[in-house]
Design a protein around this ligand. Structure first.
Ligand code: NAG
Ligand code: NAG
Ligand code: NAG
Ligand code: NAG
Ligand code: NAG
Ligand code: NAG
Ligand code: NAG
Ligand code: NAG
Length: 665
């Protein structure tokens, strides 16, 4: 460059030109900003208007030091550079051939900030001065966000409550010149610019948000500090955290009736709480356990599931759930419902209140009340007598009136257990059986026939039953005495008996026990012996009547059957007839038809005979008699042909077929 050659041959005459304040004011000033650590370029015009002129000496002063800190001298023909090691430490170099020429200070230090003066001496032209105000910018180093109490916040501030006033301050440390500190809400500037603290150590900016609302949750508040546009500002953000009350609470799943004994998952949902709401369950004011809490992904909705097995007692109770944020003191929202619990009927039976269960007599009217507790209402009611359904109809005197069962004029058959059964949609319920006792008397169930005594209260006893009761009422043959027992079915059992003898001659009543001994002496002593039993309910109306008649000969046997007929033997079986009132025996006479010879004469206690040693192929006449001490019965005759002898039978072939059996006539 031509400028460079212009330095040649210049001598260095270090003229200590003092820079005076007066002088400085007139010298043009250029502002240069550089980031600390960057390269500072301080311009200085070294060009001359004169032709052939050139700068011979360039001197850089720091005005605050008042001494040169750098020089470039071309006067001695040799270009010489010098720099103040203490100040610039070899970081400076003057580039004269740049346009404009500049003093380059590498790795600018904060201490490099100063007003520099550049003095240029020319060969021809006048010395020229120019000034550069070098500002070395040190960005702020760190920010601190805290509240009035000095709590530091990073990333999240709070939690605050609704209505709270948020007051935060941002302190920026470091930075030269002092940075501008400002708050932003999202991207909107907020509040006032920061002020430098009295000790100058930092800059502080405050932000205030009054009456925080739900909408302020997660608002981003950013504090920015910057002192240059050469680099991005430093900033720090916090999100506003808040404790929020639950907005609502909803109880789900109880609008429908529940069935007792079944397990239900009932839900209670609340939203709007932060942190998630705590949900509690209450049944008629009693805290319910066994609930599970789940929270939606966004944390806004909390659902509590109560595992609930309702019982019928819960019907009509009030189930409520409450959503609570333990960090917020406000009214706790609650939702609840009156429960409708369905259950199978609960049934109880009671006897009509005017009735004495220990004194229900035959003929009285009885009624029962069925009390039903059921949800929903029972749609059907049924009555059981013992274990079977009660037949309700007017004819039988059983009437249903609403929930009452009326038994008109009960008989002894009405005794037993009464149960009421009710049905509803949940099932059926059955009461405990009510045992109904009916007091009665007056029927002699047993009819006795003893020797010549017939007891008959009701109807005629078939003959075949007679022997079965013999043992009960006995006739003492020696003493000609009858032991008669009056057996009466009564409830409670009969305790007193009255007896009377009723013959054509009339008779008197006399008290006695259930058994009496009776000895007829004359014909007048045959007749009717009457017995009346009594219990505490009363005395039987119609007497048991024992007919006392003289004993006689037995009747003839009946239904005789002949079997097992072989060539030489046969069997005979008959049914006994009426014995005439005395022990009877039986007699069988067997005669051969041809000869009229008596082949067998058998006697037995029962009309069953086995006859042997008969002649083969012969017709026999059989006569059967019954006899007792009064004499013999009419005979029963049968005719039987024994089988032909084996050899004759073979000869005879199909002819001469003998009847193997015969019936009596
Ligand atoms: C130099 O710059 C600094 C910072 O920019 C400023 O404070 C100072 O007043 C300036 N000096 C002059 C003389 O302009
Ligand atoms: C939380 O739930 C409430 C009620 O459903 C709703 O109004 C609100 O917007 C929800 N908030 C969030 C953050 O989802
Ligand atoms: C009546 O009920 C009682 C008690 O449940 C029971 O012991 C009895 O056997 C029942 N009687 C009848 C005839 O069912
Ligand atoms: C049946 O009983 C119910 C309950 O006691 C009562 O409300 C109703 O009026 C009764 N109906 C009749 C027909 O008696
Ligand atoms: C019910 O049981 C009682 C007691 O065992 C009995 O006397 C009555 O005859 C029974 N009635 C019916 C209808 O089963
Ligand atoms: C004797 O008994 C008979 C038959 O039961 C009856 O008809 C008659 O009236 C009775 N006489 C007396 C006096 O009881
Ligand atoms: C005799 O037989 C007839 C008809 O088979 C029967 O009805 C009757 O009961 C019988 N008599 C006896 C005493 O077995
Ligand atoms: C025939 O003989 C058998 C066996 O001895 C006997 O059980 C049966 O009663 C006899 N039949 C008659 C009608 O006697």
């Amino acid at each position: 460059m031509s400028g460079r050659s212009g330095w040649d041959g210049l001598l260095l005459a270090l003229a200590l030109v003092s820079s005076t304040g007066l002088l400085a004011k007139e010298i043009p000033l250029q502002q240069v900003h550089v980031l600390a650590g960057g390269d500072a370029r301080l311009p200085c015009d070294v060009s001359s208007m004169e032709s052939g002129d050139a700068a011979q000496l360039v001197l850089w002063y720091r005005e605050d030091l008042g001494t040169p800190v750098y020089s470039m001298d071309a006067r001695g023909g040799q270009l010489q550079r010098w720099s103040d090691q203490e100040v610039l430490d070899g970081r400076a170099h003057f580039w004269a051939d740049r346009r404009p020429a500049e003093l380059l200070i590498r790795r600018a230090l904060a201490s490099d900030a100063a007003v520099y003066r550049c003095r240029v001496d020319f060969r021809v032209a006048q010395t020229r001065n120019s000034r550069v105000n070098l500002t070395v910018i040190v960005p702020p180093t760190r920010l601190l966000i805290e509240d009035d109490a000095g709590h530091r916040f990073t990333s999240v501030a709070g939690p605050f409550s609704e209505g709270d006033t948020l007051h935060l301050r941002c302190i920026a440390f470091g930075g030269s010149p002092p940075p501008t500190v400002q708050w932003f809400r999202e991207d909107e500037p907020l509040g006032t610019l920061g002020v430098v603290l009295p000790d100058g150590s930092a800059v502080r900016a405050d932000v205030t948000l009054e009456g925080l609302q739900r909408a302020d949750l997660n608002t981003r508040l950013t504090c920015q500090a910057a002192n240059t546009e050469l680099t991005a500002p430093i900033e720090d953000s916090v999100l506003v955290d808040m404790n929020l009350r639950p907005l609502d609470v909803r109880l789900l799943g109880v609008s429908q009736p529940l069935s007792a004994g079944r397990r239900y998952d009932l839900l209670c949902q609340s939203s709007g709480s932060r942190p998630p709401a705590r949900i509690t369950w209450w049944l008629n004011g009693q805290r319910q356990q066994h609930s599970k809490l789940t929270t939606s992904v966004d944390g806004n909705t909390t659902t509590s599931t109560l595992s609930f097995v309702p019982s019928k007692e819960d019907d009509g109770r009030f189930l409520a759930c409450q959503a609570e944020n333990p960090n917020v003191y406000t009214d706790v929202p609650e939702d609840g419902a009156k429960l409708t619990i369905h259950y199978a009927p609960e049934v109880t039976v009671s006897l009509g209140p005017s009735l004495d269960p220990t004194d229900i007599r035959e003929g009285s009217d009885v009624y029962f009340d069925c009390r039903i507790k059921a949800q929903p209402q029972a749609f059907r009611v049924q009555w059981l007598h013992n274990v079977s359904a009660l037949n309700v109809n007017d004819k039988s005197g059983v009437v249903l009136s609403n929930l009452s069962l009326v038994l008109q004029a009960v008989g002894r058959a009405a005794r037993g257990n009464y149960t009421c059964v009710a049905f509803n949609a949940e099932g059926s319920g059955q009461s405990r059986p009510f045992p109904l006792d009916v007091l009665y008397y007056d029927i002699c169930e047993l009819l006795f026939f003893i020797l010549s005594i017939i007891a008959r209260c009701d109807g005629i006893l078939p003959l075949k039953h007679l022997n079965r009761v013999l043992a009960k009422n006995t006739w003492n043959l020696e003493k000609r005495r009858a032991d008669i027992r009056c057996e009466v079915d009564a409830n409670p059992p009969a305790g007193a008996f009255r007896w009377a003898f009723n013959s054509s001659g009339g008779g008197d009543e006399l008290a006695g026990s259930a058994s009496i001994s009776y000895t007829p002496h004359t014909d007048l002593d045959y007749g009717h012996l009457l017995c009346w039993a009594a219990n505490r309910v009363g005395r039987q109306a119609a007497a048991c009547v024992f007919h006392i008649v003289p004993a006689g000969r037995p009747d003839k046997v009946q239904n005789c059957t002949v079997g097992n007929v072989t060539a030489h033997a046969l069997s005979l079986r008959c049914a006994e007839g009426f014995s005439g009132g005395l022990p009877q025996s039986f007699l069988l006479e067997v005669r051969e038809d041809d000869s009229g010879e008596l082949r067998a004469n058998l006697s037995a206690g029962a009309p069953t005979f086995h006859v042997q040693q008969l002649r083969a192929g012969e017709l026999h006449h059989l006569a059967v008699f019954a006899y007792n001490s009064k004499g013999r019965s009419e005979p029963v005759f049968l005719a039987v042909t024994t089988m032909a002898a084996l050899e004759r039978q073979l000869k005879a072939g199909h002819h001469g077929k003998a009847a193997p059996w015969a019936l009596c006539h």
